[in-house]
Ligand binder design. Structure first.
Ligand SMILES: NC(=O)c1ccc[n+]([C@@H]2O[C@H](COP(=O)([O-])OP(=O)(O)OC[C@H]3O[C@@H](n4cnc5c(N)ncnc54)[C@H](OP(=O)(O)O)[C@@H]3O)[C@@H](O)[C@H]2O)c1
Length: 288
């Protein structure tokens, strides 16, 4: 496995497994399959409704807890200092663990500063080993990193061949914040697994387009968490640690970048309006 060292000294695998949109009743078996394939980083979230299943799989796997890196995320309906603190305890209970390796704020909406203070406290109390954010654009990241007592260790954002996040990546590097990619395959959009540029790069290494994507991102210091419910694909996606892309191949990969979101556009008022309405409903009214 390749690792990155976060800005607080914690070691984190560069390749992990995401469990978004896996039904709760399948997540335990799928996670067990991922662990038996060799994945040691698991990415879940309060909003995915499957923390308990992930916790069950970790227990059942028999793998020592300190060999597995669990990432979790606090949902926006828990974004006040008190609610966030209570939700961290709830997540620990569901995951059946006394610590979470990396806890993120899922989105940059609502009282995320209050939620961050709760995360800072949980970090000091040893409930979480590292704290970070997700879906923070460069401006919000600079704000948080500059003014909070503890700087985020990670920013998890939509990143795939068609939106490579080059300007945001530069800001993360300057701030010493680890870039983590969500939806590295763009959820399969635009026929990505048959993209001719990726196929051509892959042919030179005997690798598939999926493997080229993961390799290219890892090689550019981006942590990846592909999701698959199929064991053969889990294995394929894990088999990316034995080859390197040349500078020319990385440049070719770079030509696929369309520079904008394909999945969840945080700059689109309509998208954000419906998200905020849903959060208000989940929270049972105004948050603050
Ligand atoms: N922070 C956030 O806001 C946020 C948002 C979205 C996602 N995430 C995280 O990022 C993780 C990954 O993103 P994602 O699940 O949205 O999408 P993804 O990993 O980009 O793509 C998953 C899709 O690709 C297919 N697939 C996987 N490997 C394949 C292969 N080798 N060949 C062909 N098809 C393959 C999967 O199908 P099968 O399952 O049928 O194999 C599934 O349809 C999530 O699970 C979650 O942990 C975070």
């Amino acid at each position: 496995m390749e690792y990155t060292t976060l800005n607080n000294g914690v070691k984190m695998p560069m390749l992990g497994f995401g469990v978004f949109q896996i039904p709760a009743d399948q997540t335990e078996q799928v996670t067990l399959d991922a662990l038996s394939t060799g994945y040691r980083l698991l990415d879940t979230a309060q909003a995915y409704g499957n923390e308990e299943a992930v916790g069950n799989a970790v227990k059942k796997s028999g793998i020592p807890r300190d060999e597995i890196f669990i990432t979790d995320k606090i949902w926006v309906s828990n974004f006040t200092e008190d609610r966030a603190a209570a939700s961290i305890d709830e997540s620990l209970k569901k995951l059946q663990t006394d610590h979470i390796d990396l806890m993120l704020l899922h989105q940059a909406y609502g009282d995320y500063h209050g939620a961050w203070r709760a995360l800072e406290k949980a970090y000091k109390d040893g409930k979480v080993r590292a704290i970070g954010v997700s879906n923070f654009d460069p401006i919000r990241l600079i704000d948080m990193a500059g003014l909070a007592e503890i700087k985020p260790a990670v920013n998890q954002v939509e990143t795939h061949p068609f939106w490579q996040q080059k300007p945001a990546h530069k800001v993360m590097e300057e701030l010493g914040i680890q870039h983590m990619a969500w939806s590295p395959f763009a959820e399969g959009q635009q026929n990505i697994f048959h993209n001719p540029v990726l196929e051509e790069i892959g042919q030179a290494h005997g690798k598939t387009p999926a493997q080229v994507i993961l390799r290219a991102l890892i090689q550019q210091n981006i942590v990846v968490i592909p999701k698959s419910t199929h064991k053969n694909r889990m294995e394929q996606n894990f088999d990316v640690l034995d080859f390197s892309l040349t500078d020319e191949e990385l440049q070719k990969f770079g030509t696929l970048d369309g520079g904008k979101s394909l999945i969840f556009d945080h700059s689109d008022p309509k998208t954000i309006s419906s998200l905020i309405s849903a959060i208000k409903t989940q929270a049972g009214g105004p948050l603050y």
